[in-house]
Design a protein around this ligand. Sequence first.
Ligand code: IPD
Ligand code: CA
Ligand code: CA
Length: 252
Amino acid sequence: MKNKYQFAQEIIREAGHFIKSKMDHYIHVEEKTQFDDLVTNLDKETQELLISKIKNCYPEDNVFAEEDDIRHPINQGNVWVLDPIDGTVNFIVQGDHFAIMIAYFEAGVGKFGLIYDVMRNLLYCGGGEFPVCVNGRPLPEYEEKPFNRSLLGTNACMYADNYHGIRDLAKQTLGVRVYGGAGISMAQVMAGQLLGYFSHIQPWDYAAAYIMGKKLGYTLLTLDGHPVDFNSRQTIMFIPQAKLTEIKKYIK
Ligand code: IPD
Ligand code: CA
Ligand code: CA
């Protein structure tokens, strides 16, 4: 497993170099389902790069990836879950605040996850048998912090609509932060910078954080308290397990 984990760290950094080397050139932007659901040639090319490297080294392994509807079930065999650019809108508009994400499962069991904040050159990785680190520095397990000394990460619309009581919960904290990227937001939760992250996201958006978070005392649940399905877009919360009961007083 160690070789595979090292391989994953190499290819995610390579993919980051690839994006950086291309991002100042012409970028072709397409709408997927609606005007704010965008994909670029670099999302697709980065995914192709990752898949070709994985298939080259591990031809028997399978892929579940965002672009081109590549959807091998996560609980069958060895599966790499890929989000080639998380925060595509940030990437297009800001040229910043986006991540590459990889998660690796064997028979449905998460073995390791990686979130690479490309422009900050910060690689969060670990989970399973590996300690969770940022650029090699171990992250501590969740340490208790009261709501009134915390910030909350959330999807902007869900906050504005007070969806399931998210705004009520936010009012107990020092405020909300909206970063426009699930990966960067969930990495901040694991770094102790956010109390939690609330959003409406897909398996490739949460798989890496799910694996790493488990190791550090965080849980990923739907807003009605069920495990995520690794199959569809769901409204989720990524929070410290120790805060679940307290959070449930506000999240209905
Ligand atoms: C999106 C981002 C965004 C979240 C969306 C995701 P993408 O991923 O993580 O923050 O609100 O739901 O789909 O499309 O940029 O990979
Ligand atoms: Ca994403
Ligand atoms: Ca993406």
